[in-house]
Design a protein around this ligand. Structure first.
Ligand code: PGA
Length: 248
């Protein structure tokens, strides 16, 4: 199976800088098109740059994802972004339940579940983030926390096939910190998460890893058979760094 590599640009760039980065991604996507074919690469810029990314990446092996979407398609929802409209402009994926949204915007589990359903209804592939914080890790509650997040996120979710939804395991303490779990911890957690998804939705879902991914750890993480790919934040903000990950 092709490894999934997702770039999450978050809200880190000005519009001008996003445009420059899109241009650099385009150049490198062209020059690495042979390697790129072996991966499933999804780029998630901010909303203001989505349309430009769709136009620039046309005919390249790069898909485009949003970083959030509304739980409904249309209506009086000031400030929200419709999953139907995202689909219509050419978006294929959407990151949902990122810990930054759960923590800073108090996004709750039932809203995340509704957003996942809305994304699936529009044939967008949700990238659903789960992960424990440092206190939960220190008190040995990683699996308990993940199971609870998965149960709530996947409640009443029906999937046609396993590739319709991606789980991103992102330990909160690893995001932007330069710290990552050991390889055996990643292996154990991914195996656990995969097993739980099989119980919850009847499909063993792809589980990607996110949190301080960079050049020196990406290869080792991806060697793990239970790791379906990577969700890359900071290291995706330079095209040359990100495309450096696209190698066997
Ligand atoms: P990071 O972010 O790679 O900068 O740690 C990952 C994420 O939050 O998606």
């Amino acid at each position: 199976m092709k490894k999934i590599i997702i770039a999450n640009w978050k809200m880190q760039l000005s519009v001008m800088d996003s445009l420059k980065l899109i241009k650099n991604y385009k150049l490198l996507a062209r020059s690495t098109s042979n390697k790129l074919r072996d991966f499933n690469v999804v780029v998630c810029p901010d909303f203001l740059s989505l349309d430009m990314a769709v136009k620039s990446f046309k005919n390249l092996n790069l898909k485009i994802g949003a970083q959030n979407c509304a739980s409904v398609n249309c209506g009086p929802w000031t400030g929200e972004i419709s999953p139907l409209n995202l689909k219509k402009i050419g978006i294929t994926h959407v990151i949902l339940g990122h810990s930054e949204r759960r923590q800073k915007l108090q996004e709750g589990a039932s809203l995340i579940n509704e957003k996942i359903k809305a994304a699936l209804d529009n044939k967008l592939i949700p990238i659903v983030c789960v992960g424990e914080n440092l206190a939960q890790r220190k008190s040995g509650r990683v699996k308990k926390v993940l199971l609870e997040q998965l149960q709530l996120a996947l409640y009443n979710i029906r999937l046609k096939k396993a590739s319709d939804l991606i789980i991103a395991y992102e330990p909160i303490w690893a995001i932007g910190s330069g710290k990552i779990p050991t390889m055996s911890e990643i292996q154990e957690v991914h195996e656990f998460v995969q097993l739980q998804t099989a119980k919850l939705v009847g499909q063993s879902l792809p589980v990607i890893y996110g949190g301080s991914v960079n050049k020196s750890n990406a290869h080792n993480i991806m060697l793990n058979k239970n790791v379906a790919g990577l969700l890359v934040g900071g290291f995706s903000l330079q095209a040359s760094s990100f495309f450096g990950l696209i190698k066997k």
